[in-house]
Write a protein of this length. Structure first.
Length: 222
């Protein structure tokens, strides 16, 4: 199906398969809500994983960093295969037995290969989308990158075509004989939120908090 990712040997959810999700809209929504992904690769039989900010544009996931970055240069020079993951922790699932404690979560795993981005219009778009993802409304406020800053920045794209999600929701699932126990059970919801902004100590006097960082900031998802 066009709106589903194909199930492959790498993406098939074999442990608790009912939690597996291959719907593209679900995968994309999990990615778009996250600010950080973990990018894993192997070099000379040694495994590495790097936490990094990212953004998505259509079916591409992008990361950026310094042209001097060891891991980015390694990915491009070797065309290293990568595994990218994102996880949202939505709740602590407290069961009546220690064994059945769990968490509610939404996660995505992507298998892909790096593509160096060289087209300036794509580079510009990636930086704009990344900035707006971190803080909607910010791109129009700030100074845009200079030529030297562009030259110092590397952007790598990853095609999202081999991916799957895994999701757990709901209350604990206990053994039948444990439901009569005199112990509290349920879910403790968790949520990442943005708190009240703290001004730079050397902020120029007279600059007010922008509207996009207003009073409802603590209610916006991180």
């Amino acid at each position: 199906m066009a709106d589903q990712f194909p199930i492959t040997d790498k993406t098939e959810i074999t442990r608790l398969p009912k939690r597996g999700v291959y719907d593209k809209d679900v995968v994309y929504s999990i990615l778009d809500e996250a600010l950080v992904c973990t990018l894993a690769y192997s070099k000379d039989e040694q495994s590495f994983q790097i936490p990094t900010g990212f953004c998505r544009i259509d079916d591409m996931l992008y990361v950026h960093g310094s042209v001097g970055s060891f891991y980015m240069r390694e990915l491009i020079s070797k065309k290293s295969k990568v595994c990218i993951s994102v996880t949202h922790l939505d709740g602590l699932v407290l069961a009546r037995s220690a064994f059945h404690h769990s968490v509610n979560y939404r996660s995505v795993v992507i298998f892909s290969e790096p593509e160096l981005v060289t087209q300036k219009e794509i580079l510009y778009k990636v930086l704009e989308v990344f900035t707006e993802k971190v803080c909607p409304g910010r791109w129009n406020d700030v100074r845009k990158p200079t030529d030297n800053e562009w030259k110092a920045t590397m952007v790598i794209g990853f095609k999202i075509q081999e991916a799957s999600a895994k999701v757990r929701v709901g209350p604990p699932k206990d053994d039948d004989e444990d439901y009569d126990m005199n112990v509290w059970a349920g879910v403790v919801p968790l949520k990442t939120i943005r708190l009240t902004p703290e001004a730079d100590p050397v902020l120029k006097k007279g600059i007010e908090l922008p509207a996009y960082l207003g009073n409802d900031m603590d209610q916006r998802p991180g």
